[in-house]
Design a protein. Structure first.
Lengths: 262, 346
């Protein structure tokens, strides 16, 4: 396993935001985290990144407790693309991508040849090479997300965690971005809202409600009208063998057909 | 808004730039010393300094030697040190709190220092053992501790730190006014007010040594944390995911900036706007990377305050202006320009 959790919980005050989550992420797979707003997707990602420490349970990276590893070592393995990461500084695109080299650089060392190469490769990977000298604040939402992915790639991670990376992007850019992530040679965990995108781009899905896992498995196993009614409280028609052989979901107005048993 | 050229073009010229900057600073100090009554030349200044460093007799009269070595040189050097230190503190706070308008004074540190100084001078607390400087230092540390406790209690996020700072500033300003209006006589009030607005007129060699040491050590600590400061560009979680121990770095840098500010305020009073405005000027020249930004900020801050103090000392000679008044007069328009330039399409 690359990343795994064992009975991980995390609370703010008395509220359990993440509730006893146990999951395994197989190397090289793309795992989608689904669930309504406030179901704990972002919090679980932060726990997986080691940015928050679990109240109880463990996050494991190759079987080792993440909380015992040095922050810097974790940052060389796991890169994070946050939802809407913004800055007040006047950074160039190359400045932002170069941030990804921080975990690889010693305190006093200047930018090395390896750093510059990693930055150039990362920019090339997201097809933004010509943007290197552009100011961050002149970029569109989709371009900013790609720059963040480039920054994450400059970290040379084996695990990539993305928090709703397609938010506020148009359909074209949503597909573009997720195809890009799909092509990367990393293990990815992506929090997503769009069930069809999840079915198209993820190997496995994990569904959260109130911080707890309610379903996990392949898209065809997880995306059923019953589960969607249960978790999202909407009526959905699911075509199990949709375009590309993955389930396709269409929503219908009105109350859900299946109710959660009391 | 954006810098003209990427770093590659600048890299070769970088050492030249630093050399030029240091030369400008040294010349600024030398020239600033000659300005004022007594008709000194730059040659006299170098001669006096050479003589005191044991480089032979310069043949400068005793009075002139005294003016340079006992009065103007320590004062000008203290101006340079204060300018550098306050500017570094501003740069650090702005990056750490992710607030382009943050500076040491936002955290209420200088207000606390003022209250401490006033308490010692006006109320006579400490029975004559505590000096104005010690009082200011204690006040600064108390104010800072209060801000940190308040901020930690409210969640410890950067905006909470700023809000706690605003609260502390108000509280300590009120306390200072209360002490002054209720207990001070006219003579004391004048003295305290002058110090509250910032003044380098009492500068001596011991101040230069103390403040200089604190600033150099502080700058060294901050430079080792330069990559961590870069990592804060997209917030604390982003910094953490880049391998930075956010809590430790934040605490260490806040303590260092508080100590620098407290030391400088206790020597020169509350000089505003240096920390706020000059880091922005430095960013415009060398970009946002802290490994270059911090030394550049220090250099620009030093040169700036040397000249501002010269203006404060000589513009209405023999009457001196508080240096804080001049920095504010220069700083507020500069501040307005920053605000104006920072506006972005929504």
């Amino acid at each position: 396993m690359s990343l795994a959790t064992r009975h991980v919980s995390w609370s703010i005050g008395a509220r359990r935001v993440v509730d006893d989550v146990t999951l395994d992420v197989a190397p090289g797979t793309v795992v989608g985290l689904l669930g309504p707003n406030g179901s704990g997707k972002s919090s679980l990602l932060r726990l997986l990144a080691g940015v928050r420490t679990p109240s109880s349970g463990q996050v494991l990276l190759d079987g080792e407790d993440l909380a015992r590893l040095r922050r810097r070592d974790v940052a060389r393995r796991i890169a994070v693309v946050e939802q809407h990461a913004q800055t007040e500084l006047d950074l160039l695109v190359s400045d932002v991508v170069t941030l990804g080299r921080i975990p690889h650089r010693s305190t006093w060392a200047a930018e090395s040849e390896a750093d510059r190469e990693a930055v150039a490769q990362a920019l090339e990977r997201v097809e933004l090479t010509s943007f290197a000298g552009r100011s961050w604040h002149t970029l569109s939402g989709g371009e900013r997300q790609r720059v963040h992915i480039a920054r994450a790639l400059a970290q040379r991670p084996q695990e990539l965690l993305l928090d709703e990376p397609t938010n506020h992007l148009d359909v074209h850019h949503q597909l573009d971005l997720l195809s890009l992530v799909r092509r990367l040679e990393v293990t990815s965990v992506i929090a997503l809202h769009d069930l069809n995108l999840a079915a198209m781009f993820c190997d496995r899905l994990v569904v959260l409600r109130d911080g707890a896992v309610v379903a996990a498995g392949t898209p065809s196993a997880v995306l059923t009208p019953e589960l969607i009614a249960d978790v999202y409280r909407v009526r959905a028609v699911v075509t199990p063998e949709g375009p590309g052989g993955v389930p396709s979901v269409r929503f219908e107005p009105g109350p859900p057909l299946v109710h959660r048993p009391a | 808004m954006s810098r003209p050229a990427p770093a590659v073009a600048v890299r070769g010229a970088r050492w030249l730039l630093w050399a030029a900057g240091l030369t400008v600073l040294a010349l600024s100090v030398a020239v600033a010393i000659t300005i004022g009554p007594a008709d000194l030349s730059v040659r006299d200044v170098f001669a006096v300094v050479g003589q005191h460093l044991g480089l032979g007799d310069a043949g400068v009269s005793r009075i002139r030697d005294g003016i340079v070595w006992e009065l103007r040189l320590p004062r000008t050097l203290l101006a340079a040190v204060c300018g550098a230190g306050l500017a570094i503190c501003g740069a650090i706070m702005q990056s750490l709190l992710r607030n382009p308008l943050a500076d040491p004074f936002v955290l209420g540190i200088s207000s606390g220092a003022s209250t401490g100084a006033v308490t010692v001078v006006v109320l006579g607390v400490g029975g004559g053992i505590l000096t104005l400087s010690t009082g200011a230092f204690i006040g600064a540390v108390v104010a800072f501790a209060m801000v940190l406790l308040l901020a930690a209690g409210a969640g410890g996020t950067p905006d909470r730190v700023v809000l706690a700072g605003v609260a502390a500033t108000q509280l300590f300003s009120a306390l200072t006014s209360f002490v002054v209006t209720s207990s001070a006589d006219a003579e004391q009030t004048r003295g305290v007010l002058f110090w509250l607005l910032g003044s380098l007129s009492g500068a001596g060699w011991s101040d230069v040594v103390t403040c200089g040491t604190v600033c150099v050590v502080g700058l060294a600590v901050c430079l080792t944390l330069a990559p961590a400061l870069d990592a804060f560009a997209f917030g604390e979680d982003a910094a953490s995911s880049l391998g930075i121990s956010v809590r430790w770095v934040r605490l260490l840098l806040l303590v260092v900036t508080a100590l620098i500010t407290a030391t400088l305020v206790s020597a020169a009073g509350a000089i505003g706007f240096v920390g706020l405005v000059l880091p922005h000027a430095a960013r415009a020249v060398v970009g946002p990377g802290h490994r270059l930004l911090l030394p550049a900020t220090a250099l620009i801050g030093a040169i700036f305050l040397v000249w501002v103090d010269t203006v404060a000392r000589t513009a209405f000679s023999p009457q001196e202006l508080p240096v804080g008044v001049v920095t504010a007069l220069v700083g507020v328009p500069a501040f307005a320009v920053i605000l104006y330039r920072r506006r972005r399409p929504a």
